[in-house]
Design a protein around this ligand. Sequence first.
Ligand code: AKG
Ligand code: FE2
Length: 269
Amino acid sequence: MDYSQLGTLEHCLDEFTRRTLDGVVIRQVYSPEYMQEISSRIERHEPPFYIFPNMATAAEARKNKHLYGITLVAAGRDLNEYFRVAAGFRSHCHELFQDGADYEERMRQIFSVLGGGRAVVLPRNPDGQDYMPATVRILPAGAAIDLHCDNNLSHHPTYAHLKTVCDVGNQLSFFLTLNAPGGGGELVVYERRWSDRDDVGNEYVVSKDASMVEDSEWIALKPQPGDLILFAGGRIYHRVAPTEGNRPRYTLGGFLANAHEGKSLYYWS
Ligand SMILES: O=C(O)CCC(=O)C(=O)O
Ligand SMILES: [Fe+2]
C-alpha cells in the first residue's frame, strides 16, 4: 500500500483487534532521498542523541547493535533516566526532521486514520512526564534482533504504569526504515503466535529459543527506506535477520496500543 492511498486503511486497527489483520506495509511515507539525508545525520550523530548502551562516542557504539534513545525495558527499574532521556529524544527527533514532515506528527496522522479518527497521544506518567515516542535502532553489519514477541515485554516491571492506561497485551509494533542494509536485515514473521504459557513465570526475556519456531511457516519482509511497517508484534513471533554488507540498518519505531478509556491510541518505546 502506498502512503497516497492511506485513506483506504481507515479503521484497519479494528481488524488488528479482531485478529483478521496481522500487518500492513505503507510505502513512501517519506521519500527515499529524504531518508538518505536523515540517515547521514544519524551516521554523524547529529543531533547528538542519547546512546544506549552508554558509550563515549557514536563511533565506539557502531561496533555493536545500539539505540538512539532508550526503551522501557532497557531503562531498568529506575525510570527517572528513561523520562529524562525521553524529553531530550523528542526535541532531537524534531530537529532531525526539521526540514521535512515532523516524525511524530506524521506517525500520529497515520495512526489516527488507521484508528478511524481516534486521538493519538503519548502516554504520560503520574508526574506528568511523557514516554519515549520511538527509538532509533542501529544494526551494524552482522547484527540482528533475535526471536521474540513484544507481549513478553509487558511482564517487565517498567510496564507497571503503562498497563494501567492501555492494552499492552494487544500492542502493535511499528517502524520506519531509514536505511536498508546491503543484504539481510529482513523482518521475519512467523505463523507461531504468542501464548502466555510461553513466558515461564511471566519472566521478561530478551530472546526466545529458535526451536520454538522450528516447524512454523514464515515470511521475510524487506522494507525500503521510507516504508513504514505496522504489525501485530505483540502476538506474532518475529526477528530481524542478521544484516550483511557495509551499510548499517537504521529504523525508527515503537509500539501502539488502545487506551483503556476507549477513545485514544497510545504510542511509546
Ligand atoms: O526493526 C525494528 O526496528 C524492530 C523490529 C521489531 O522487533 C518490532 O518492531 O517489534
Ligand atoms: Fe519486536
